[in-house]
Design a protein around this ligand. Sequence first.
Ligand code: PMP
Ligand code: GLN
Length: 421
Amino acid sequence: MVRTRHTTVSRRANSTVRPKTDLWWAHRTASLPDMGNPLVARMQGFGTTIFAEMSALALSTGAINLGQGYPDTDGPREMLDAAVEAIRSGRNQYPPGAGVSELLAAIAQHQRRFYGLSVDPAREVLVTAGATEAIAAVVLGLCEPGDEVVTFEPYYDSYAATIALAGAVRRTSALRFPDFAVDEVSLRAAFSSRTRLVLLNTPHNPTGKVFTADELALIARLCREHDVYAVTDEVYEHLVFTDSPAPHIPLAGLPGMLERTLRISSAGKTFSCTGWKVGWATGPAPLVSAVLRVKQFLTFVNAGPLQPAVAVALGLPDSYFDGFRAGLQARRDRLVAGLSDAGFTVLPSAGTYFVTADITPLGGTDGVDFCRELPARCGVVAVPTQVFYDHQEQGRRLIRFAFCKREDVIDEAAKRLRTLA
Ligand code: PMP
Ligand code: GLN
């Protein structure tokens, strides 16, 4: 099919004396009527991301954007200064394929410092263009077409698209409403002889859930029983609040898991620099090497001068990480108070940037409709949780609010939300 389409393009291109580089011709070619949908079939089920849609809605309505999860303040001064210094001192060319040596060392040191996990910076660490690229390179690098990937619903939106790109198959287990606990029966049922890996996100977007020690032990047991890899998305690892029922526990630290787990994280959330897109994957050398093989043909390398700056940030004292978490927790509490006063049923948020609200008490029955109307009703944007589900009815009445915004912004949003009551 692909070959046919290419043949069509080249035959038409050859039938003119105009050079292929001519913009006029490029435009004509793009609008030829008989070429069908240019998008490959496996991507056709994916529209514009909900984050882009809702951020555009915030822009067009002037509403406060508590939809897309990005901070509205900059990360630590030391990191920003180090990036400026790296640019000024000429570190502006391709960095080494796996990442600059000081960042590789800092990632390894960070894992040892916070979790007692040892990785060899020379062979077991890979820097990627955000966690997003790490997830994509892992799935593309480890899964053959038809292999199955087990993950939990609701899931971060890039998972489904990445699994589809790889030609792999998504098998999900839904976290149980209202506490988003793991359902052992459905998790066991999601495994099969085709399972290649489990893709786990904790602390969890969009729910704010932190997986408990027992849940992680179950997941680890199933990975060992079925002899599959685990891939953990831990981008919110430093955002577990003091009232969380569970601490953040990396799955890689459980018995028998280090040798089969790739841990993924990113500077974006921990250091409030989502636009830098500096992420990483760590794990056994053969796995990291498989991921690097793919990454080198996706972006080759990324973020040269930003990498040494992230190395500085990873080495900041505990006071930075504690203060960062406390600041987010305080903002969570301010927003939760506003949501409760507005009449929503607010579900617990133990970590991340996000809190989930049930719209039922406000007469809502569909989160997508509710979120589309919310800017006009009260000048605030949220994200409907159902779009993160395969079984959308399970999340139909849930919406997600981001609280990674300045206190005055959260307070203004809370004030507006209270008018719904
Ligand atoms: N995983 C989860 C759970 C996320 O919320 C996000 C958004 N930051 C990502 C991955 C992507 O991270 P990055 O921006 O570093 O690509
Ligand atoms: N991770 C962010 C969120 O969940 C958004 C990232 C994106 O826009 N792709 O809101």
